[in-house]
Design a binder for this molecule. Structure first.
Ligand code: ATP
Length: 447
């Protein structure tokens, strides 16, 4: 463990360092408050601070107060002159862990250092546990039982604290913003702002000044300075939604901010540093956009350091009922209702639908059902008509219209069912009441 001794009396400081080193501490010295602060600020990973109260450039009380703010994990031991109990009390009130009076007995200092080391170990453990708890809390809102979702939460856990940018991909309503918020909540940045911007919702002409801010007089309407979104999110997380819709010019500017970690407001002569973790999201295929020249390749690689892909809800059917139950519980509590749950038939309808609007559509369907339910159990009739009777591609209409042959209708229907089951022949065959070989035959495949 690292100890910093702040003591201007060199022989005394030397004695303290010797005692500390015997107890296995790595000890270093500073002779003034300024030097002590500089050492802590330099990131020397000081874990215990032993400081005299009377120093050439001020009172040790000030150093204690400053240290508590700079790094509350540092365990502080104060050394006071004989008889100055008042100072000792103030030191402890400012957050010192213990105090020693001069002349310091080596044995007494030894015991105090042992206790300080133990206190520091405990503080470290408490912090680690607190962090783990915050992560679990952040992840608790992400509901689902599928393998895909378990993989997503495990990535969130692993990368929450990394400074790397994350690209979250997935269709509309699949939970991209939810994942971005979880990344923020599980990180050390959680007490700083989470700022979400939808690149598609802000007119192109305003986007630049919204993102980077401007100086008074930068253009006709700029009557006063405006902070940009990057600066608002300083210390926290910036969620850039619909990143695929960013115009190329702005893509270049964002790349520059990510690389240089500083922003220059419009009309400003200087850039200012920003510390922002960017999480971007898109429901477009960015790789394709890169190939087609609509998205900068360098920005893509910069953003996609870590990629989290959320599959559409239809591809993770195991999540449908847990999500539905979750939304039901929430809506019930809000409305103060005592619903039992979904009837078996309603659950089957939920499972059979293919949820083009993903989790958002499911959330809305459940809220509507809770509002409409007449009975203790939600019935299929309480669900939106589109969910009850999914619009099959107008298969039968076109069959009737075009006078398709029975063989054509069979083939088209088999194909339709197969698509509904994501190409899974076993499940499609079960739904059609035929065996898998028959499906293959219908499709004209080799057996
Ligand atoms: N796994 C999940 N657990 C609980 N709630 C979820 C889950 N996935 C999504 N939701 C909820 O579904 C709704 C839509 O999610 P979200 O806004 O994160 O989607 P999105 O992918 O960002 O959508 P868009 O692309 O339209 O911006 C939100 O209310 C969100 O809380």
């Amino acid at each position: 463990m690292n100890l910093l001794v702040v003591e201007d009396d060199a022989p005394l400081a030397e004695l303290f360092v010797g005692i500390a080193e015997k107890r296995g501490l790595r000890a270093s010295r500073a002779a003034t408050i300024a030097e002590g602060r500089a050492r802590i600020e330099a990131g020397d990973d000081i874990e215990i601070l032993l400081t005299d109260m009377r120093l050439p450039d001020g009172s040790g009380i000030d150093l204690i107060e400053w240290t508590r703010k700079a790094d509350p994990r540092i365990v502080i031991l104060a050394i006071t002159a004989f008889g100055s109990i008042e100072i000792a009390v103030r030191a402890v009130r400012q957050g010192a862990y213990d105090f020693l009076t001069k002349p310091v007995e080596p044995a007494v200092l030894g015991v105090a250092l042992d206790r300080a080391m133990e206190a520091r170990r405990l503080r470290g453990e408490v912090e680690a546990l607190r962090g783990a708890l915050a992560t679990e809390n952040a992840l608790r809102g992400i509901i689902g039982k599928s393998r895909a979702l378990a993989d997503i939460t495990s990535v969130v856990r692993r990368v929450a604290d990394s400074p790397a940018t994350v690209l979250v991909t997935g269709p509309s309503g699949s939970g991209k913003e939810l994942v971005a918020r979880a990344l923020h909540e599980a990180s050390r940045r959680k007490d700083a702002p989470f700022v979400a911007v939808n690149a598609a919702a802000i007119p192109e002409t305003l986007l630049e000044s919204e993102l980077f801010g401007y100086k008074k007089g930068a253009f006709t309407d700029a009557r006063q300075d405006k902070k940009g979104i990057f600066v608002e999110a300083d210390g926290g997380t910036l969620f850039l939604d619909e990143i695929g819709d960013l115009p190329l010019v702005l893509q270049a500017k964002i790349l520059r901010v990510l690389e240089e970690r500083e922003v220059r407001p419009l009309g400003a002569t200087r850039s200012a540093p920003v510390d922002v973790r960017v999480v971007a999201a898109t429901n477009h295929d960015l790789r394709k956009a890169v190939k087609e020249g609509r998205f900068r390749e360098d920005l893509f690689y910069r953003l996609a350091v870590i990629e989290i892909a959320i599959p559409p809800l239809r591809d993770r059917p195991e999540d449908i009922l847990p999500l539905a139950e979750h939304f039901l519980g929430r809506a019930k509590a809000r409305a103060g209702l005592s619903l039992q749950g979904f009837s078996g038939a309603a659950a089957r309808v939920l499972m059979a639908y293919d949820w083009p609007g993903n989790v958002r559509e499911l959330e809305n369907a459940v809220e509507r059902a809770v509002a409409l339910a007449q009975d203790e159990w939600i019935s299929p009739d309480d669900l939106p008509p589109t969910v009850q009777k999914p619009s099959t591609p107008d298969l039968f209409a076109s069959a009737a219209e075009r006078m398709m042959t029975l063989d054509e209708v069979d083939r088209a229907y088999v194909k339709h069912v197969l698509e509904r089951f994501g190409g899974n022949k076993v499940r499609a065959a079960a739904a059609l009441g035929i065996n898998r070989r028959t499906i293959q035959r219908w499709l004209g495949e080799e057996e």
